[in-house]
Design a protein around this ligand. Sequence first.
Ligand SMILES: Nc1ncnc2c1ncn2[C@@H]1O[C@H](COP(=O)(O)OP(=O)(O)O)[C@@H](O)[C@H]1O
Ligand SMILES: [Mg+2]
Length: 212
Amino acid sequence: MATANHERDPHPAEAKSALRRVILARRDALDPGLRTHHSRAALDRMRRLPSFREAPVVLAYASFGSELDTRALLDDVLGGGRALVLPRVDRQARRLVLHEVRDLAADLLPGTWGIPEPAPARCRRVAPDEVEFVLVPGVAFDPDGGRVGYGAGFYDRLLGEWPAPLPPLVAAAFELQIVPAVPVLPADHRVDVVVTESRTYAKRRLEPTEDS
Ligand SMILES: Nc1ncnc2c1ncn2[C@@H]1O[C@H](COP(=O)(O)OP(=O)(O)O)[C@@H](O)[C@H]1O
Ligand SMILES: [Mg+2]
């Protein structure tokens, strides 16, 4: 189980690593049928968020491994005639760059860690200030939007360089990824909302959540 914040936890980096191991093992053990079912339920909740419904430009990600399956959401955005933006890892710069994807079958290549990424030759670069909604990936979350990612800090860096104001930051995860309080360091960005198969956790501003 997660420990609280760094005031109570003298070694937050180690606490994050331990939490990643526990949650990833839990997530890897989820029955594939349940993964499909829970992914659908969480994405249904996501579709009810006005911030998602109203955003003309959505930054999302293609899921990999035992992650919640985001495919239906990507199809939704494109099917609704909205702009879909996906990240690509610039390994040299150790940062994410953003590209618009119009065709999921033709525009993606296997990228870092095998995660499908936009082919830079086919997909125009997108500046962060064009994006109006961000689906943030992660390993563990808490009800206040605290987030632990995979350990490379890519999203913290991206969001740290983002010109103000930040768009709504929303995560979709399985309930088994929610812990009471994740270790949070100053560079860590919280998300505004986490949707799971059974709840909507809202941190601030944004969303009316009749069911949270
Ligand atoms: N805004 C930032 N600028 C530069 N480095 C950062 C930034 N945010 C995080 N990092 C670095 O990235 C590494 C991983 O961060 P961490 O928060 O543990 O990963 P994750 O968010 O993927 O769980 C840390 O060494 C951290 O110092
Ligand atoms: Mg972080």
